[in-house]
Write a protein that binds this ligand. Structure first.
Ligand SMILES: Nc1ncnc2c1ncn2[C@@H]1O[C@H](COP(=O)(O)OP(=O)(O)OP(=O)(O)OP(=O)(O)OC[C@H]2O[C@@H](n3cnc4c(N)ncnc43)[C@H](O)[C@@H]2O)[C@@H](O)[C@H]1O
Length: 148
């Protein structure tokens, strides 16, 4: 018998403010109000890439090309257990366009699924997400961007 794996996908979006990288985190309006990058379940007939773009638009109001530029080379998986089922979240990486990278021009528009969002430097972002696997993902993004 095969084990059912819950699959989701999303995008780690960062912006550059005064030479510093800030990462977008969103807080759920439900459950334990945890913080993650925009992401969601892969719907039937979708691939990870389509889901990531759709969920980012639905949850943050951000559109590929209009608001952010995706990194072609970065793709990582975060794995954990939710309600006894394994879950895999595929994350892509994207930079918010420079002309939108200030609080004044901030284009993020939340849906009802979230109650707050923040752009945070890496140390604060890692502290807020709490979960080790998601913290590791953010650190990996940061190391990748710092070395490029
Ligand atoms: N409790 C609830 N009450 C009401 N409606 C709810 C609900 N949970 C989900 N929904 C509904 O489901 C929809 C979400 O669908 P989607 O938006 O499509 O999917 P998702 O981001 O993957 O959902 P979720 O927030 O549950 O996932 P996560 O893995 O972060 O989180 C799932 C669990 O894993 C935990 N978790 C997150 N990241 C983790 C990690 N890295 N390691 C271990 N646990 C982690 C979270 O704290 C959380 O407990 C919402 O519209 C909402 O209506």
């Amino acid at each position: 018998m095969s084990i059912e794996v819950v699959r989701a996908s999303g995008i780690v979006i960062y912006r550059r403010v005064a030479q510093q990288l800030e990462y977008l985190l969103m807080q759920t309006a439900y459950g334990n109000h945890h913080w993650t990058p925009p992401k969601g379940h892969v719907d039937p007939g979708e691939d990870d890439w389509q889901t990531a773009l759709r969920e980012t638009q639905e949850e943050a109001g951000l559109v590929n090309g209009e608001h952010y530029v995706l990194d072609d080379d970065f793709k990582r998986e975060v794995k954990y257990i939710v309600k006894d089922k394994p879950k895999v979240v595929v994350y892509y990486l994207a930079e918010l366009k420079q002309e939108l990278s200030s609080d004044k021009e901030d284009p993020v528009k939340m849906s009802d699924e979230h109650q707050a969002y923040k752009w945070l430097p890496i140390d604060q972002a890692i502290e807020l997400v709490v979960f080790q696997t998601t913290s590791n993902l953010l650190q990996e993004c940061h190391d990748y961007l710092s070395s490029n």
